[in-house]
Write a protein that binds this ligand. Structure first.
Ligand code: BV8
Length: 236
């Protein structure tokens, strides 16, 4: 990896699977007989807010009970060491809404995790637009800490909503020498299209996944196996 300077990494639910957080599509993508695509939408929230609040309460509680795994720790090590080692940059973008990458990274100056699909541990006030760190249920419409309105929703990017920080992500993809996709099925856009952008810009592209993803043919290279084995081996 020495000739590489700028790296963009995209992770999905597969990187958290061995920590005990279920992926979306391995369990058939169902929750209480609802397709995730049918619950994680603004329309579902408007139609049945309590169903959506329960969906996120259940998953937030699960996140608070699990720990980062060897893949999260290896990526955090890369984030801390790569800039000094290479004079380049590493951007970690995750589709995951858990905080396992953040906990593995700890308080590392400069390094951060870009949560393009939002975060379980954040609440978004639809009255004043404030985001607040939040670990409790939202189902009883608690007042927004900033404006006091009972207008908090999960700070999660639902289907049909614009993912966060896309400008920064595309700017990094344009500069990337290496794009690595870890633990994602390549089912959801725009994330599933990042490999094409990186490749068009001349980056080498690598997939680390349990099995070939939907976009596996777009990658220069693929290594299949559990993330706790493939990711530390790649980072070393
Ligand atoms: C947007 C938050 C535009 C929710 C998520 C038709 C109609 C409407 C929309 C669309 C459409 N066609 C396309 C779209 C766009 C849509 C989309 O892509 N839909 C899909 C279903 C076709 N996308 C959107 O709506 C996005 N927004 O397009 O906005 C726009 C433009 C202008 C202005 C406004 C808007 C927003 C998408 C974000 C949705 N939110 N998450 C929540 O979490 O509750 S997406 C959700 O799926 C998760 O974030 C998750 O990350 C993501 C993808 O899933 P994966 O992470 O890949 O997980 P999955 O289970 O699928 O795969 C796991 C993989 O890991 C597997 O490959 C498995 O083999 C592997 N694995 C398992 N174990 C391991 C492992 N690998 C390694 N080790 C292991 N141990």
């Amino acid at each position: 990896m020495e000739q590489v300077r700028n790296i963009v990494i995209l992770t999905g639910a597969g990187v958290s699977a061995e920590s005990g957080i279920g992926t979306f599509r391995d369990a058939g993508g169902l929750w209480e007989n609802h397709r995730v695509e049918d619950v994680a939408t603004p329309e579902a929230f408007a139609r049945d807010p309590d169903l959506v609040f329960r969906f996120y309460d259940m998953r937030r509680e699960q996140v608070l009970e699990v720990e980062p795994n060897a893949a999260h720790h290896a990526l955090a090590r890369l984030q801390r060491e790569w800039p000094a080692r290479s004079g380049g940059a590493v951007m970690l973008v995750t589709q995951n809404v858990d905080d396992l990458h953040d906990r593995a990274l700890g308080a590392s100056d400069g390094a951060e995790v870009i949560h393009m699909h939002g975060e379980h541990l954040s609440a978004w006030c639809t009255a004043c637009d404030a985001r607040t760190r939040w670990t409790a249920s939202l189902i009883d419409s608690p007042p927004c800490p900033s404006c006091g309105a009972p207008a908090l929703r999960p700070d999660i990017v639902w289907f049909g909503e614009m993912p966060y920080r896309m400008d920064e992500i595309f700017a990094a993809l344009e500069e990337a020498d290496l794009f690595v996709s870890i633990g994602t099925s390549g089912a959801v856009y725009p994330a599933a299209g990042f490999v094409r952008t990186a490749a068009d810009m001349g980056a080498h592209t690598l997939e680390l996944n349990l099995q070939p993803s939907q976009g596996t043919d777009w990658f220069d290279e693929a290594r299949h196996g559990p993330a706790t084995q493939t990711v530390p081996a790649w980072v070393e």
